[in-house]
Design a protein around this ligand. Structure first.
Ligand code: UD1
Length: 419
């Protein structure tokens, strides 16, 4: 398994280009199943989760061609299988996103249950009950969700938890359903809007994406399209924290500053000087140590759970004490123990991580069991004295494109140690 070796203590200074968003690409690839014609996607990030989705679609008979690094043609016309098998779903929960499109377009889908996950229980009840309300027959058998429907019917769906992929799955299913679907208490994440924009570009009729009520008028078919994926706000936030944690100056290009409000507010509170333009943000810590911040994760537009671990690392070396409360997923503090091994003064009380910042962390061999936790250890390693080796970086490769190249470009001393 590859590892990352980081010699910390260098102040980062430079610019990086932000990739297309993982969490927009995955539902958009699944949504391509709904089309009668090929679709072309641009700014597709080169990530393991994208590779897994491509594998999944290819196994169904979908033809996928990479034209250059970031342009992908997806032709769903040759689809012959409607199955998402366990061996792929277990490596990536987002595989559940094929459920709605397969069912809506082909009337059948057998999708493995994702099972437990390192960051908590993460059930799929909202996906299943929403599709049932739209007329699907769904059985849970031998670890699979087996769904069948002649044609889905529009319905009023009230989600009892704000859930990103459930909102996306149901919105995709509704595009080809008969009549109107209303999704209430919908997730408002920018990736939901990006998916809606993609679907609309194929001919879907959707209003209200980005609010908590989405209206979808079903249509008979969806056409091919060409679409550019939005920039990754979590990658954006991670590089800004990399600047802040090293007392450095980092400019991120090709981003959407308006999607980063909650994160930028906390970086401002931490003492960073922030300037921004239409598609860039620059953070300057001017050699200062950040101030610790308190925060609470919640659905968009509040502070994202996917940035929580990175801010734990920031608080670990900040001046003062900070309390970080996780409200979306239980058991999402796997980075805490590893940060402690690097010298962080951090305790977990219930769903809150309380940190008393130390002046310096020390490098250590560390590893984490999820994507964002691993990213937080890389950030800690950048700020620590000595050498940090982050193991199991396949987690990072699921969600950060070329992380070592991008950090090296900012002046970090980082290299990949192949297994
Ligand atoms: C998505 C993101 C992930 C992010 C998360 C929260 C993708 C591919 N992944 O994950 O990076 O961390 O949103 O912003 O976009 N829940 C239920 N029943 C369900 C579904 C979810 O109770 O059927 C609960 C979950 O346990 C959790 C909450 O809803 O407590 C939110 O989870 P959800 O938004 O669904 O997360 P994902 O869509 O899996």
């Amino acid at each position: 398994m590859d590892r990352l070796e980081i010699r910390g203590g260098r102040r980062l200074d430079g610019q990086v280009y932000i990739s297309g968003a993982k969490n927009a690409t995955l539902p958009i690839l699944a949504a391509a199943l709904l089309a009668d014609e090929p679709v072309v996607l641009k700014k597709v990030p080169h990530l393991n989760d994208v590779t897994t989705t491509v594998k999944l679609l290819r196994r169904m008979g979908v033809d996928i061609i990479f034209h250059d690094g970031v342009r992908l043609e997806v032709d769903p016309r040759g689809i012959t299988e409607f199955v998402a098998p366990y061996e792929l779903v277990k490596t990536m929960r987002a595989s559940i996103l094929v459920l709605g499109p397969l069912l809506a377009r082909f009337g059948q889908a057998d999708v493995s249950l994702p099972g437990g996950c390192a960051i908590g229980a993460r059930p799929v009840d909202l996906h299943v009950s929403g599709l049932r309300a739209m007329g699907a027959e769904i059985a849970i058998e031998q670890g699979y969700i087996r769904a069948r429907a002649k044609r889905l019917r529009g319905a009023r769906l009230v989600l009892d938890t704000v859930s990103v992929t459930s909102t996306e799955n149901l919105m995709m299913a509704a595009t080809l359903a008969y009549g109107e679907t209303v999704i209430e208490n919908a997730a408002r994440e920018p990736e939901v809007i990006d998916l809606a924009n993609f679907l609309v570009s194929m001919g879907a009729r959707i209003e209200g994406a980005g609010t908590d009520t989405i209206h979808v008028q079903g249509v008979d078919s969806l056409a091919g399209t060409e679409y550019t994926v939005l920039p990754d706000r979590i990658e954006s936030g991670t590089y800004l924290v990399a600047g802040a944690i090293t007392g450095g100056r980092v400019r991120i290009n090709h981003t959407c500053p308006e999607h980063l409000d909650a994160v930028l507010a906390k970086l401002d509170e931490a003492g960073a000087k922030l300037t921004m333009g239409r598609d860039w943000v620059e953070l300057d810590m001017a050699g200062r140590r950040p101030k610790a911040v308190d925060l609470r994760t919640a659905p968009y537009p509040a502070f994202p759970t996917d940035m929580q671990a990175q801010f734990c690392a920031l608080n670990a070396i900040a001046e003062g004490s900070g309390a970080i409360t996780e409200t979306i997923f239980e058991n999402r503090f796997m980075h805490a123990q590893e940060l402690q091994r690097m010298g962080a003064d951090l305790v977990i009380k219930g769903n809150t991580a309380i940190t008393r910042g130390v002046a310096e962390l020390t490098g250590a061999p560390v590893m984490a069991t999820d994507l964002r936790a691993s990213a937080s250890l890389v950030l800690a390693g950048l700020a620590a004295s000595g050498t940090t080796v982050v193991d199991r970086i396949y987690h990072i490769d699921r969600g950060y494109e070329c992380i070592e190249e991008k950090l090296a470009q900012l002046g970090a001393d980082i290299k990949r140690l192949p297994s």
